[in-house]
Design a protein around this ligand. Structure first.
Ligand code: PMP
Length: 422
């Protein structure tokens, strides 16, 4: 196979190095300066084209600058319509709520209320945790090993990553960690045991928070059976089940919500990332009506009503979710990706993880994944690493990536894996 290593001179990155905080990270792995983007490709200042199998960590499920969504944003901004509205009424919010109700909530039998938190995933999680605690009067939240729920202190308390937890600088109390769905571990049996026994030393929690697929923690996917057992257990003990769909939502695994495969109804659902469709910040927390015990203003935030995002979110729902076509095409593309990744895993001695178009290639030698991502970048493919030791290459293309680009990406990844394992 021919290699295709990019060779142009580097861009000027001195302003970033001089002034941007040391906390920057993606830009260190990918030191290009990206200027334009369309669909599944980004172009750098020096004219290199990169195939983007990172998709804004799940914020770009419909690709960069989808023309329909882009036009909606342009029209909205040039119409003098209200851009910022806290939680005041706007036609843009009404249209979003109507479309979300018609195409997402009602067909799935979800009676949930829509709570608009601040515009990021961690805002959706914080609102979920507070809702569960205030509605039950209990304090603890159960989360799972290798979970990722965000960087604010409440979300961080239910996140596993040791370095990120340490960076909090304060204790992260009132969280209990149980093993995620993994061979040889039965968290559900353990939870049932400790919740049934007042002498277990573990209080009955307010809620349990779970990702159907662990996006940042290494791409483990919970089985439908495990999720069903978890949902049944929570229901039996009146513990609030929070499903964090921030990364898995908006079609990533082949259905709008990843939990749909298990046929469960979570009490609370967190959604963000691809909600606006164009990469604009937007988040929401879906709350079972009887848990919506808030007093007006008890939880708030300045940026809960970014109307251009409501407008593009409405267009995204109407464009992609008014019938079954898009979801079916995601599932077909997921099969194509799985086939390609299986072949790579077989020859490279890695194992395949994840579900739908949220996949991982895990290597026993944890240094390989980083080398694969670097070799992929050199060849014009953006893929990141995931897992507590960065031992997994994460593959997350936009859901509408044309098959030809999907195949090209798989071929570039194959080359990168061969180079990294040679
Ligand atoms: N939950 C999950 C499952 C996530 O993957 C992320 C982000 N990677 C978050 C919450 C936090 O989202 P944000 O970075 O927008 O705060």
């Amino acid at each position: 196979m021919t290699t295709s290593i990019l060779t142009s001179a580097p861009s000027d990155t001195s302003a970033f190095e001089r002034r941007e905080s040391a906390v920057r990270s993606y830009s260190r792995s990918w030191p290009a300066v990206f200027t334009s983007a369309s669909g599944s490709e980004q172009v750098s200042e020096t004219g290199e084209t990169y195939l983007d199998f990172f998709a804004g960590a799940g914020a770009l499920n419909y690709g960069h600058n989808h023309p329909v969504l882009q036009q909606v944003a342009i029209d909205y901004l040039s119409s003098n319509a209200v851009v910022h509205s806290l939680d005041m009424h706007t036609p843009a919010k009404r249209e979003f709520l109507e479309a979300f109700e018609r195409h997402i909530l009602a067909p799935r039998g979800l009676e949930h209320r829509v709570l608009f938190p601040g515009p990021t995933g961690t805002n959706a999680v914080e609102a979920a945790l507070k809702t569960a605690r205030n509605a039950t009067g209990r304090r603890d939240i159960v989360s799972f090993t290798n979970a990722f729920h965000g960087m604010t202190l409440g979300s961080l308390a239910v996140t596993g990553n040791a370095a990120k937890r340490a960076a909090a600088g304060v204790p992260l109390p009132h969280s209990v960690t149980a093993p995620y769905d993994e061979e040889g571990m039965d968290a559900i049996a353990w939870l049932e045991r400790v919740w049934s026994d007042s002498g277990s030393g573990i209080d009955l929690p307010a809620g349990v928070i779970v990702e159907p697929v662990q996006g940042e923690g290494g791409l483990r996917a919970a089985s439908a059976e495990w999720l069903r057992r978890l949902a049944e257990l929570c229901q039996r003990f009146d513990v609030v089940l929070i499903v964090d769909e921030v990364q898995t939502g908006c079609g990533r695994t082949g259905t709008f919500f990843a939990f749909e495969e298990a046929g469960i109804t979570p009490d609370i659902i967190c959604l963000s990332k691809s909600l606006s469709g164009l990469g604009m910040p937007m988040a929401l927390t879906l709350v079972r009506p009887d848990l919506d015990v808030w007093e007006p203003g008890e939880h708030n935030g300045t940026f809960r009503g970014f109307a251009p995002a409501f407008a593009t979110a409405t267009a995204a729902i109407e464009t992609f979710w008014s019938d079954e076509q898009f979801a079916a095409s995601v599932r077909a593309k997921a099969e194509l990706l799985e086939e390609g990744l299986k072949t790579i895993a077989e020859h490279a001695g890695g194992s395949l993880r994840g579900r739908g178009l949220l996949r991982g290639l895990r290597f026993e030698d944890a240094t390989i994944a980083g080398r694969v991502a670097a070799a992929a970048f050199e060849r014009g493919l953006l893929v990141e690493t995931s897992g507590s030791a960065d031992e997994v290459v994460k593959i997350m293309p936009p859901l509408n990536t044309p098959d030809e680009q999907l195949k090209r990406g798989i071929a570039l990844l194959d080359e990168a894996v061969r180079a990294a394992t040679a």
